[in-house]
Design a protein around this ligand. Structure first.
Ligand code: ADP
Length: 454
């Protein structure tokens, strides 16, 4: 997902502020350096007449530089909102230093250049131009107060103003160039970060898709292998069973006593039962067809229940079906939807203990059939809810974690959905919705309830 777009002006203002703090750091260093040089000039180099006044002015400057430093350490800019006031103070400060020193000849006059440079670094070009005017005025006032005694003084004044203008122009041009480059660089960086995030998101998406299709493949392979195995067993066991069954029937046609007839009848009955089970097994595990057919959902559910009764954990559990009458039929790939219900029923059996109850309810609402599979089992921990339909999520020691994932895929392919509609320590309900093939079934159905106990 790309970062929300911001107005270019906002970006520029944010950029300006992020520029101001480092610029402030440079400014502070220039100020302290200037003050140190000033103290050396006044106190160590050569005879100076107004040493006390000059030290006092420098100390005022030092107090200001200290406040500036404290603000900067706190991540703020001192007097940020009043740049022209600062320029004015500096113009007065430098003017006074020159005045008490050697007037137009004072080395402190070079501070005007530093002040202009600092101003260009920190503020907009317009502020630097205003500062230039203030500094030029300050120097002109100094020249006038000391009297322009010779043409040399006038030349010094003019040259100084020209140099100040030159520094103003050069420094603002340079800083504008730097600011523009940094702004562009920062924009490129943001763009790069957004692209990287987008790339990561797409890789994650592709990886998930790959995992999901791999999971589906694994499930299909397993089912095919199981089908082959079941067909093999059915063949190997089915033939001798058929032979035994016809032998028993032949024997039963002979003249035997009642006791033998009864026992042979029982053997034959049990043999037929084994054959029936084998047929059901083969039926279920034959390669699934992908043919779409219009089916009665209750018939599919009954078929799933019929297979589920062989599950080892069926024992001691009651299955109740509450079917609504007059339900529309559904257009589905029958074998696949059967697999969905079987998986939900087996999960419900896994979740319930001895004496547990599983209920299957059907109804029709707004052109959709709703099939709810409920159990009074252990429920699902809330921390697992978001992962239930992800491939390979399982809490069972021998689970594959593919059941719900595959089921949801199948149901969604049929235009419906599979959801966890309820879960607590009192049990769980999963609901399958499927579009009704011929809308118009009653939404207030007559209910038929049946129950089978294991
Ligand atoms: P598997 O059955 O192989 O674990 P499923 O995708 O069918 O894979 O189920 C994933 C997990 O969802 C199960 O391991 C179980 O923790 C949870 N689950 C599914 N159905 C129920 C249910 N009716 N009651 C409690 N937990 C359930």
């Amino acid at each position: 997902m790309s970062a929300p777009a911001t107005a270019p002006q906002d970006d520029f203002h944010r950029e300006q502020f992020s520029w101001q703090l480092p610029a402030e750091g440079i400014t502070i260093r220039i100020r302290w350096f200037g003050l140190c040089v000033g103290y050396v000039l006044v106190n160590l180099l050569g005879p100076v007449e107004n040493r006390v006044e000059l030290n006092a002015i420098l100390t005022l400057g030092a107090v200001y530089a200290l406040l500036d430093t404290i603000w900067s350490i706190r991540g703020q800019v001192f007097l940020r909102a009043a740049p022209l006031f600062i320029s004015l103070m500096e113009a007065v400060f430098i003017g006074l230093l020159c005045h008490f020193d050697r007037g137009l000849e004072s080395p402190f006059r070079f501070y005007y250049f530093l002040s202009l440079l600092v101003c260009a670094i920190r503020y907009a070009p317009s502020t630097t131009c205003m500062t230039f005017v203030l500094h030029a005025t300050s120097f002109a006032t100094l020249a006038l107060s000391h009297g322009l005694n010779s043409s040399g003084d006038l030349t010094a004044l003019v040259m100084m103003v020209i140099f100040m203008g030159w520094v103003t122009w050069a420094s603002t041009a340079l800083v504008t160039l730097l600011k523009t480059a940094s702004f562009k660089l920062s924009n490129l960086n943001t763009e790069l970060q957004n692209n990287q995030a987008d790339l990561e998101r797409r890789i994650a998406e592709r990886t998930r898709e790959l995992q999901e299709s791999q999971a589906l493949l694994v499930q299909q392979e397993k089912q095919a292998a199981f089908g082959l195995l079941a067909a093999g067993i059915a063949h190997e066991v089915g033939n001798p069973l058929a032979a035994i069954s016809s032998l028993v029937q032949m024997m039963n046609r002979r003249e035997l006593d009642d006791y033998m007839h009864e026992k042979l009848g029982l053997v034959d009955e049990q043999l037929r039962r084994i054959q029936r089970t084998l047929h059901e097994l083969v039926d279920f595990s034959r390669p699934a067809t992908n043919d779409v057919a219009v089916c009665d959902i209750h018939e599919v559910l009954d078929n799933a229940l019929n297979i589920a009764k062989y599950y080892k954990r069926k024992k001691g559990k009651t299955i109740v079906t509450t079917y609504a009458d007059g339900l529309s039929r559904v257009e589905i790939v029958r074998d696949r939807i059967l697999q969905v219900f079987l998986n939900l029923i087996l999960n419900a059996m896994d979740a319930t203990g001895e004496g547990g109850k599983i209920e299957i309810r059907t109804r029709q609402r707004n052109g959709m059939l709703e099939i709810a599979v409920s159990d009074d089992g252990v429920g699902i921990d809330p921390q697992f809810h978001s992962r239930l339909f992800q491939p390979y999520f399982t809490t069972k020691a021998t689970g594959t974690g593919l059941g719900l994932f595959v089921c949801r895929n199948i149901v969604q392919e049929s235009g419906g959905d599979l959801e966890l509609t309820e879960t607590s320590s009192a049990g769980t309900t999963f609901t399958v919705t499927l579009p009704a093939f011929a809308p118009g079934g009653t939404s207030d159905p007559v209910v038929t309830t049946t129950s089978q106990e294991g």
